[in-house]
Design a protein around this ligand. Structure first.
Ligand code: ADP
Ligand code: MG
Length: 302
C-alpha cells in the first residue's frame, strides 16, 4: 500500500480504537487465515472471582487466608487479585488484616504456573497442578476430585502448598466476554481458523472453548509463555498466516512470533509493547475491524 493509503487506514483505525503500528501490520492483516486467542483476559473478562475454597490439611481457614493474602498480594495476576479479595472478606476482622504480620521473602513468579515464596518460616507455593508436580508435591485423590468437579464447570482451580504439602485449594470463575461467541463464529464464516492457547488446564480450557464455539481440536492448554510462541510457529510452518490476540506478559513471545500481534488495550504494557496492533477498547469485535480495515486498504491499492 502507498504511504498515503496506510496513513488514511491508520487514522481510521485510531478513530475506532484500533491502533495500528505501521504499514507492515496493515499489509499483513488481510492475509490472516488463523486467529489464535489467549484465554484469560482475552476471551474471558479477566476478572476472576473465587467461588469456592477448601482445606485439605489441618490448618485453620484463618491461617489459610492469611497465608494466601501474604503471598498473592505480591502478584499482578488477575487470579491473585481474586484470591486476595476473597481471603480478606473471609477473615473475621478483615479491615485490619493481615494480622499475622507475615514476612514474605524470596517471592518468585513461575510464568504460566503460579508463584512461590517464604512466609515467615514456611515455604508456600500457589498455582496450578503443574507447578506442584514440578516441586514434587503429591496430589491426593481428594484433591483430584475437587479439580474434576470444578473444571467441568469451566472453573480454574488453584492449589496452595505449605511446606511441601497441599494445604487447600480455591476455584475461580472468569466469565467469557459477551461478544466472544459471535466474534468466533464470524471469523469462522470468513474461513478463518480460530484457536485457543492458554496456560490454564485442559478441562477448563475445553469447557470455555465449547461455550464459545472454538473446536476442541484447536485448544492448546497448559502452555507456558514460550510454548505459546512455539504453537504459533508450528501453525506458520503449516503455511498458516497467524494473528495472535493476547493481553498478558505471558503472551508477549507469541505476539512477537505471530504474523500480526494484537494486544488487548486493557492488558499489560509488555503485551502492548510487543504487539503490532492495539485494541484500545478491549473488545474482541475489533479483531474483525482490524482485518477488515486491512482488506479494504489493500483492495483499494491493487
Ligand atoms: P492464561 O494463559 O490463560 O492467560 P496464565 O498463563 O497467566 O493463564 O496462567 C496459567 C495458570 O497458572 C493459571 O490458570 C493459574 O492456574 C496459574 N497461575 C499463574 N499465576 C498465578 C498466581 N499468581 N496465583 C495462582 N495461580 C497462578
Ligand atoms: Mg491472558
Amino acid at each position: 500500500a502507498t504511504p498515503t493509503a496506510v496513513m488514511v487506514a491508520t487514522g481510521k483505525g485510531a478513530s475506532q480504537g484500533v491502533l495500528i503500528k505501521g504499514g507492515n501490520a496493515l499489509e499483513k492483516a488481510h492475509k490472516v487465515n488463523t486467529v489464535v486467542f489467549d484465554k484469560t483476559g482475552t476471551l474471558t473478562v479477566g476478572k476472576p472471582e473465587v467461588v469456592s475454597a477448601i482445606l485439605f490439611s489441618r490448618i485453620s481457614m484463618e491461617e489459610f487466608c492469611n497465608t494466601t493474602i501474604a503471598v498473592e498480594a505480591n502478584s499482578e495476576h488477575p487470579i491473585a487479585k481474586a484470591i486476595v479479595e476473597h481471603a480478606k472478606n473471609r477473615l473475621p476482622n478483615h479491615k485490619t488484616q493481615p494480622t499475622n504480620g507475615s514476612i514474605v521473602k524470596d517471592f518468585e513468579v513461575h510464568p504460566g504456573a503460579g508463584v512461590g515464596c517464604k512466609v515467615g518460616p514456611k515455604t508456600v507455593l500457589i498455582g496450578n497442578k503443574r507447578l506442584m508436580t514440578s516441586f514434587n508435591i503429591s496430589i491426593s485423590l481428594e484433591v483430584e476430585n475437587y479439580f474434576t468437579d470444578n473444571e467441568k464447570l469451566a472453573r480454574t482451580c488453584v492449589l496452595v502448598a505449605i511446606d511441601g504439602k497441599i494445604a487447600g485449594a480455591v476455584a475461580v470463575t472468569d466469565p467469557v466476554k459477551p461478544e466472544a461467541a459471535h466474534v468466533i463464529s464470524y471469523l469462522q464464516s470468513m474461513n478463518i481458523t480460530t484457536v485457543m492457547v492458554t496456560g490454564d488446564n485442559r478441562s477448563t480450557a475445553t469447557a470455555i472453548a465449547m461455550e464459545i464455539g472454538i473446536g476442541i481440536e484447536n485448544v492448546f492448554a497448559e502452555t507456558d509463555p514460550l510454548g505459546k510462541a512455539e504453537r504459533i510457529k508450528e501453525l506458520q510452518e503449516k503455511g498458516m498466516i497467524v494473528a495472535m490476540v493476547g493481553d498478558g506478559i505471558n503472551d508477549s513471545p507469541a505476539l512477537v512470533a505471530a504474523d500480526v500481534g494484537m494486544a488487548i488495550g486493557a492488558g499489560t504494557d509488555v503485551a502492548i509493547e510487543a504487539a503490532d496492533i492495539v485494541l484500545i477498547k478491549s473488545c474482541l469485535e475489533d479483531v474483525i475491524t482490524a482485518i477488515d480495515l486491512s482488506k479494504k486498504t489493500i483492495s483499494r491499492i491493487h
